[in-house]
Ligand binder design. Structure first.
Ligand code: NZQ
Ligand code: ZN
Length: 385
């Protein structure tokens, strides 16, 4: 096992009827800005629950944070925070609202001209961030228990990630019953995102970490068993709860303790979203099977373990088992209704591959647990998508 440091300061309040706990969790003297997305919370009653819990608070609102949150939109909220003296941010929505709010929390402490260039590109981080917490409504990103965010900029077709120790949510309220209203597409996106997060942490090379492997494969097995239940019955509370806890644990860094990490599927997927606007989960479902095939030899030990312990494949030869695992993963994505080819979205693979190669070359980057995913390798992977 490799050395590691784990820090997880977020209080998780999980279960039915937990939104009312907001009044216990946010100190009365805070000036709160509640942030939200395009209006789902007004349709499903979450907005009303939050307003009721925060009666008597000094409360402002900022709606309209879009999926793949845009710097251009978030900048307007930064102005409100600065002008109104807001000192507590409450994100109510999916990963996009929460990531956007993490950015608002940091950018509000930045005094220069272009917070996106500073924070996202030059890594010039403010020393602190405005305190933040969330009511998370979509199981996918794990943003509710981590210190990362992914922000897009319309003017440059960019989508980049940041991390900062002060944007761990102070608390996260997770009421799985608020996910009954998720569109099927978003439920599926979340399942795939969680699956791929777990793969990014687990499917690398063996460092003798049996406990982390069992945790990670437990998440994969739970996703496979619970996904059909929520698709058959969107109001199956227990299945929704299990999926949500999988999503949170998929990216709260618990399963990453002491193991190498990949993240190349995400890096390529972010570019597909930046260039073509496809959803995050959709981009991952396209890239993951092709990336695994490309890296099959380097990842064969872990893939074979996944074949045997997640999919019950009884094949003693690692490389053969690895092949079968990759097929099973793509089959699982397809079985829940997720498409796995660029052509399914009318995107030309050759064109996408060339754009991504050019971008990775300009940035001079290589991804993956061993840096094997160079611009040229990314080109081959996307071409095969
Ligand atoms: O905007 P509203 O109206 O709220 O509707 C949203 C949105 O249209 C809707 N929705 C959310 N909860 C709902 C609901 N509709 C009905 N009922 C509910 N309970 O779902 C749509 C998608 O929401 P979004 O927040 O965009 O989805 P998700 O949570 O999948 O977040 C995706 C973003 O997170 C980033 C992605 O790149 C993408 O930008 N990621 C963040 C990570 C992190 N912070 O650690 C890691 C991930 O790998 C990922 O990159
Ligand atoms: Zn993801």
């Amino acid at each position: 096992m490799q050395n590691f440091e784990f820090y997880g300061p977020t209080r998780v309040v999980f279960g039915k009827d937990t939104i009312k706990e907001l009044s216990r969790l946010i100190p009365r003297d805070r000036k709160v800005l509640m942030t939200y997305g395009g209006g789902s919370i007004k349709k499903n009653g979450v907005y009303d629950q939050v307003k009721k819990a925060l009666e008597g608070y000094d409360l402002l609102e900022f709606g309209g944070i879009e999926p793949n949150p845009k710097y251009e939109t978030l900048s307007k909220a930064v102005e409100i925070v600065k002008n109104e003296g807001v000192n507590f941010l409450l994100a109510v929505g999916g990963g996009s609202v929460l990531d956007g709010t993490k950015f608002i929390a940091l950018a509000s402490k930045y005094n220069g001209d272009d917070a996106y260039d500073a924070i996202m590109k030059r890594g010039e981080m403010p020393d602190s961030a405005v305190e933040l917490a969330d009511v998370i409504t979509l199981p996918a990103t794990g943003s509710e228990m981590n210190n990362g965010g992914v922000i897009s900029r319309i003017s440059t077709s960019e989508k980049l990630a940041f991390h900062h120790p002060d944007v761990f949510p102070k608390f996260s309220i997770i009421d799985p019953s608020v996910t009954f209203t998720l569109p099927v597409k978003q439920t599926i996106n979340g399942i795939v995102d969680t699956f791929v997060h777990t793969m990014e942490f687990n499917c690398t090379y063996d460092v003798n970490s049996p406990l982390q492997d069992i945790w990670a494969m437990g998440i994969l097995r739970t996703l496979i068993s619970e996904a059909p239940k929520v698709l058959a019955n969107p109001e199956d509370y227990d299945a929704r709860a299990n999926l949500f806890w999988c999503a949170t644990c998929g990216l709260n860094y618990w399963i990453s303790c002491g193991v190498p990490q990949d993240w190349s599927t995400h890096m390529i997927g972010h570019e597909l979203t930046a260039f073509y606007g496809i959803d995050h989960g959709q981009s991952l479902a396209i890239v993951e099977p092709r990336l695994l095939r490309n890296q099959k030899v380097a990842k064969s030990q872990k893939l074979a373990k996944i074949a045997r312990e997640v999919f019950g494949i009884n094949e003693p030869v690692d490389l053969k088992a690895a092949d079968m695992a990759i097929d099973k993963i793509e089959e699982f994505f397809n079985s829940i209704g997720m498409k796995t080819k660029l052509s399914d979205y009318g995107i030309d693979a050759e064109e996408a591959a060339e754009k991504i190669r050019t971008r990775f070359k300009e940035r001079n980057v290589a991804f993956g647990e061993k840096g094997a995913i160079t611009a040229d390798v990314a080109y081959e992977i996307v071409k095969a998508c």
